[in-house]
Design a protein around this ligand. Structure first.
Ligand code: AMP
Length: 147
């Protein structure tokens, strides 16, 4: 039996997200593990702003912005061949939702990037750090180099 049976990939669509996704996919393949994917909707960067403005996303937000996020999520999930039942696009605070979801679906490994939108200057971003501290399963933080 493989070390891991069910891997949860957390994605935030940041610059190096695809690197994190492809490592999770390879790991799932070699481990013959199920692969689930989660993106937590909290806020999204405004396009075409050089200073990285973000806006809060709520259930009442402009549908167009939401549709863009959903489409990006489905595209990545399709590329990775993730089953429909293993796709989780949920509202809330990323660190909390990710640690709760991993228990709900009984995944035994979470794969995150070492940093994403919230931790560019850090060795470990705030979401990655919180998941590492609070998840009851193993966590793989894929080390991302700054561009
Ligand atoms: P951060 O710690 O926020 O810089 O992001 C580190 C990693 O946490 C990212 O590379 C993702 O793997 C994950 N992550 C951050 N935000 C989210 C989110 N909203 N939904 C899912 N995963 C996330």
């Amino acid at each position: 039996m493989s070390v891991y049976q069910h891997i949860l990939l957390a994605i935030d669509f940041s610059e190096h997200g695809i690197e994190v996704a492809s490592k999770a996919k390879s790991l799932a393949k070699t481990s013959q593990a199920d692969l689930s994917i989660v993106h937590v909707l909290d806020n999204i960067p405004m396009p075409d702003t050089s200073y990285g403005t973000i806006i809060s996303l709520t259930e009442d937000s402009d549908n167009e912005l939401l549709e863009i996020e959903k489409a990006k999520f489905m595209e990545v999930a399709d590329q990775l061949g993730v089953a429909q039942a293993n796709r989780w696009l949920i509202w809330g605070a990323p660190k909390q939702e990710i640690t709760e979801l991993v228990e709900k679906i009984q995944a035994d490994l979470i794969v995150v990037g070492s940093h994403g939108r919230h931790g560019l200057a850090l060795l470990l971003g705030s979401t990655a750090n919180a998941v590492l501290h609070h998840a009851r399963c193993d966590v793989l933080a894929v080390r991302l180099q700054d561009a």
